[in-house]
Design a protein around this ligand. Structure first.
Ligand code: HEC
Ligand code: HEC
Length: 269
């Protein structure tokens, strides 16, 4: 009898100890999503639809706003956190602007969009931080990241991450001083013309290495003065040619115009 009572007490106790926490967590998640829905209806729904289903115009292929079903919390955190969304007006590319929402509102919007369908979640700080690594491991991460960057990103972002032009008025932005979280999310969600690099494609560790590499670029000074955006030896050589040789030719002409002979000729005439 005592044993039975004890057993009941124990299971009861354990249940109350664990289940409310879980229920509470689910509840707060749902609450956050509900808050996000309110914000969404006011600020986003006229382009993305009442339920994030997207709106397309009668004009063929023109989208007022794409469907957000399944884009995940990471896409919202990136788009709204970098100020790309809410979009002010249709353009070839959503530009970075002043961020309109605060941290909590972005979290709520992200929770709402994540509740529509499963999608990539906002990464944890430990996924992209290199704080825990030793100096040697950091060095290795930077080298590996450089290799990954070279094969996957340089085509659009340039070999030192300074960006470049894209077809139809688009551009790949510079990656200097982009916060690690947004680099991770950009790879995860592939904004606009950028392909996405899912975690199956490029593991979180490889993404962290790329972030370590880009971080090392921020810290490297530009040797040799003005780098012309790191466009490479061709443009730098061309600039050197035009400015340098052009200057010399100009100087030679100036000297020729001020020799004794030319002044003598002028005096005779
Ligand atoms: C004026 C119309 C407009 C408004 C307002 C707007 N968006 Fe967008 N949104 C777009 C367009 C167009 C795109 C697709 C092209 C792009 O990314 O620039 C887009 C793309 C996105 C994406 C990326 C989808 C993907 O496939 O990765 C997210 C996430 C997003 N919007 C969220 C939001 C949120 C959240 C709000 C409200 C705070 C919002 N948008 C407000 C027009 C809009
Ligand atoms: C096919 C071209 C292409 C490739 C390849 C590409 N990107 Fe991008 N990337 C873009 C474009 C275009 C944008 C701008 C999207 C926008 O503004 O919505 C972008 C945006 C970004 C941003 C956001 C920067 C900001 O200002 O907020 C980051 C970070 C980024 N890319 C990192 C990478 C990394 C890392 C790789 C390689 C793993 C990569 N990209 C590969 C085209 C590309």
């Amino acid at each position: 009898m005592v044993l039975l009572l004890l057993g009941l007490l124990l299971t009861g106790g354990l249940y109350t100890a664990f289940s409310p926490a879980q229920a509470q967590e689910q509840e707060s998640e749902a609450e956050l999503a509900a808050q996000g829905r309110e914000l969404f209806l006011v600020g986003c729904s006229f382009c993305h639809g009442q339920n994030g289903e997207g709106i397309s115009d009668a004009r063929e292929g023109y989208q007022v706003g794409p469907s957000l079903v399944g884009v995940g919390a990471a896409a919202v955190d990136f788009q709204v956190g970098t100020g790309r969304m809410p979009l002010a007006q249709p353009a070839a590319q959503a530009p970075k602007k002043k961020v309109v929402y605060n941290e909590e509102e972005i979290a709520a919007l992200a929770a709402y969009v994540a509740s529509l369908a499963p999608g990539p979640a906002i990464p944890d700080a430990e996924d992209y931080s290199i704080e825990g690594l030793s100096a040697g491991e950091r060095e290795e991460a930077i080298v590996r990241g450089g290799q990954i960057f070279l094969t996957n990103c340089t085509a659009c972002h340039n070999f030192n991450g300074s960006g470049g032009a894209m077809p139809r008025g688009g551009y790949a932005p510079t990656l200097r001083d982009v916060p690690p979280r947004y680099i991770f999310e950009a790879m995860l969600t592939g904004p606009q013309n950028m392909p996405n690099f899912s975690n199956g494609n490029l593991s979180p560790e490889e993404k962290r290495d790329v972030i370590a590499y880009l971080g090392s670029l921020n810290e490297t000074p530009e040797y040799g003065g003005f780098g012309l955006g790191g466009l490479g030896p061709v443009s730098e050589g061309l600039a050197g040619w035009i400015v340098g040789i052009g200057g010399l030719v100009g100087f030679a002409v100036w000297i020729a115009a001020h020799t004794t002979r030319s002044t003598k000729e002028k005096a005779e005439a």
